[in-house]
Design a protein around this ligand. Structure first.
Ligand SMILES: Cc1cc2nc3c(=O)[nH]c(=O)nc-3n(C[C@H](O)[C@H](O)[C@H](O)COP(=O)(O)OP(=O)(O)OC[C@H]3O[C@@H](n4cnc5c(N)ncnc54)[C@H](O)[C@@H]3O)c2cc1C
Length: 389
């Protein structure tokens, strides 16, 4: 590694390397791994070169909003410009995004300035605080998440279009999935299949999530803008109402709970599946303890979530009085050094939700196994969920 400031060469040796170095990941390129998927479709909005500008524009409220309700996001849609303002502090700081075409590149700032004034509909003072351009509408996933002891997470392995807000969230979930596996390997209780399982579990989720975001981008970008939208006539009024209805109903961008909470690891080799996974529905989340999905939440008392009581390692959730059935499993986990907390909960609601006396929850809060009795070969269960098979 060369320190650019001093040109001093420093060599760091490590057992594992995780490339979290973004869309231009050096780690990915060094490994010869490529993104695959749909690059993007050129559209008037949400597809192609887009500029995002951080600006201070307190005038925006006075000149463009003029006493109308304050919002977090403002969409501007007319035949000349489509743009989006995201309010950052409610006082005048915004992230302003607008499409650019290749010819705009040379004079980006001027173009943005002009677009901004078109959006506000009046002269207004703006202070540019920062600016970057990026490509909207992409849905790309790396064809591999690593090689040997080198793996990657976040944008280094998936590039999203922002619709839905899944990019960073998917990266954070990569980290949650990977962190306990690396800890298990470093601490010596994890098996060699753990690193394989990272890509096995996370790559399908990235493909699913990037596709969902891309579908949203195509739908919002394809929405036609009526020529008369700015006219003061009845036709203009109707066009504005229609556009407003479209944006108000475009709730999947903000209400895609199935994407956010419903990601499952149904083809994972370190999960003991029971074939009862719910259908994958992007705008609906069905809480279930079917192995592979996120452990479902339930309130145990006022302000006390079941999640607050999970351990840092694995948690064996016992929803029965007959906890003795778990002894062999607990002892075996202890002998193997697997961090395991036993959580006994006496709640009919929780038992009904989880549909099993015992549920084994991983450190990343996904369910690894469930059942009313332990399998005859408990050793095999421990080996499977810790990646030794
Ligand atoms: C306009 C826009 C809106 C978005 N909105 C949302 C949203 O609402 N919700 C959401 O979940 N996501 C959103 N995203 C996506 C989100 O920003 C990214 O998915 C996220 O930032 C990726 O994080 P990362 O850490 O993987 O990569 P990055 O944020 O790119 O971080 C990588 C880091 O690695 C550093 N780096 C690279 N190479 C080296 C090197 N050789 N040595 C040292 N450091 C290096 C870089 O400098 C950088 O700091 C949005 C993206 C855009 C463009």
């Amino acid at each position: 590694m060369v320190d650019v400031a001093t040109t001093q060469l420093e060599i760091i040796e490590c057992d594992y390397l995780v490339g979290c170095d973004g869309g231009n990941s050096i780690v990915r390129r060094k490994l010869g791994i490529r993104y695959r998927g749909d690059p993007h479709q050129e559209q008037a909005w949400a597809g192609g070169l887009t500029a995002s500008t951080f600006l201070h524009a307190p005038d925006f409220y006075r000149k463009a909003i003029r006493g109308r309700p304050l919002c977090w996001q403002y969409m501007v849609s007319n035949p000349r410009v489509r743009a989006n303002f995201v309010a950052l502090d409610g006082k005048g700081l915004f992230l302003f995004s607008t499409r650019l075409i290749a010819e705009d590149h040379e004079k980006e700032k001027e173009v943005i300035d002009r677009r901004l004034r078109m959006c506000v509909g009046a002269e207004a003072d703006f202070e540019y605080l920062g600016h970057f351009s990026w490509t909207a509408g992409q849905g790309l996933v790396a064809d591999s998440y690593g090689s040997g002891r080198v793996v990657m997470a976040g944008d280094a392995v998936h590039l999203f279009t922002p619709q839905g807000g899944f990019g960073m969230n998917t990266g954070i979930d990569d980290a949650a999935n990977l962190a306990w596996k690396l800890a298990a390997l470093v601490q010596g209780w994890g098996g060699k299949n753990l690193l394989n399982s990272y890509s096995e579990e996370r790559q399908p989720v990235a493909i699913r999530n990037t596709r969902a975001a891309q579908q949203m981008a195509r739908r919002i970008g394809a929405e036609p803008v009526a020529d008369e939208i700015e006219s003061t006539t009845l036709k203009g009024e109707q066009a504005r109402r229609k556009a407003a209805e479209f944006y108000m109903k475009f709730t999947e961008t903000y209400g895609s709970i199935g994407i956010q909470l419903g990601a499952r690891y149904d083809s994972s080799s370190i999960i003991v599946h029971d074939g009862l996974a719910p259908p994958d529905n992007h705008d609906q989340y069905i809480p279930t303890s079917s192995p592979g999905g996120r452990a479902p939440h339930i309130w145990l008392a006022k302000n006390q979530s079941l999640f607050d009581r999970f351990g840092r390692g694995f948690t064996l959730l016992c929803l029965t009085d007959n906890e003795g059935k778990a002894t062999e499993f607990q002892n075996l986990a202890k002998d193997r050094g697997v961090p395991l907390d036993t959580l006994s909960v006496h709640s009919d609601d929780a038992r009904q939700l989880y549909e099993a006396d015992f549920t084994l929850i991983r450190p990343d809060q996904h369910v690894a196994w469930r059942g009313n009795i332990f399998p005859p070969d408990v050793d095999c269960l421990v080996s499977t969920v810790t990646g030794h098979h």
